[in-house]
Design a protein around this ligand. Structure first.
Ligand code: ADP
Ligand code: MG
Length: 250
């Protein structure tokens, strides 16, 4: 089943066409890496997929349920109640962690499941403890974000996303604010999630990671998906643009 389906998505900011007719499917259990030069529209693609940003035109569906469709060359969104339900299908992990600075680790993780999903506090806290243990942070429940390293903060933010029990996790350059050692920590966590068949879409500049962990790679440039396919296909492509881009990481 397609967990995410994007069809002919268009998005512009003033004169700038940032997404030009983007179509992308993500199947259950798939790990998709999105790569490409800075400014190519990768973050905008994630922000449109997760409805942080409205699309101008095209179709967006989660698990076969429509969030937006195209009518007379314009995107029409479903009613707020429906969108709320669809939003519960995914979580998003940002480059800069985006934790609430005035909340403890525990409260950062439990706040949305309790307030938005209306779940029992006790049950959510139990799940949060399990997730913290999984992230190697069982002793940090009462800490505040400023007391944690960047790698620890990012692991809290992954635990926070997982505590919503999402069907898909989106990551926007989850390691680019971290030094190499902490980067390894986070990549390991994502790799473990992949081994558990978590469906994920990851924008990354970590080419080795993308090659080894993703089962599908999307190369974007100038608001267009230039090529997508299996890692080996992308990494051995003779497409000049892709070769040039990958060459920068050697
Ligand atoms: P990437 O994540 O691949 O680096 P982005 O999606 O962040 O690319 O940006 C793509 C283009 O859209 C860039 O030229 C960027 O300046 C522009 N852009 C992104 N967000 C906005 C915005 N909110 N307003 C205006 N321009 C934007
Ligand atoms: Mg970006």
């Amino acid at each position: 089943m397609n967990y995410l389906e994007m069809k002919h998505i268009k998005k512009h900011f003033d004169e700038l066409e940032v997404l030009k007719d983007i179509s992308l499917n993500v199947r259950e259990g798939q790990v998709v890496a999105i790569i490409g030069p800075s400014g190519s529209g990768k973050s905008t693609l994630l922000r449109c997929a997760t409805m942080l940003e409205k699309i101008d035109d095209g179709e967006l569906s989660y698990l076969g349920e429509r969030a937006a469709y195209s009518q007379n060359g314009e995107a029409v969104y479903e009613a707020p109640g429906k969108l709320k339900q669809l939003k519960s299908y995914y979580g998003l992990v940002f480059q800069n962690f985006n934790l609430f600075p005035h909340y403890s680790v525990m409260k950062n993780i439990c706040d949305a499941p309790i307030r938005v999903q209306k779940r029992e506090k006790k049950e959510v806290q139990e799940q949060a403890k399990v997730l913290l243990k999984k992230m190697g942070l069982e002793d940090k429940a009462d800490a505040y974000p400023y007391q944690l390293s960047g790698g620890q903060q990012q692991r809290v933010s992954i635990a926070r996303a997982l505590c919503m029990n999402p069907k898909i996790l989106f990551f926007d350059e989850p390691t680019s604010a971290l030094d190499p050692q902490l980067t390894g920590e986070i990549l390991k966590v994502i790799k473990d999630l992949a081994a558990e068949h978590m469906t994920m879409v990851i924008v990354t500049h970590e080419m080795n990671f993308a090659r080894n962990v993703a089962d599908h790679i999307v190369f974007m440039e100038n608001g267009v998906i230039v090529k997508e396919g299996a890692p080996e296909e992308l990494f051995t492509s003779d497409n000049q643009r892709i070769k040039e881009f990958l060459g920068k990481f050697q």
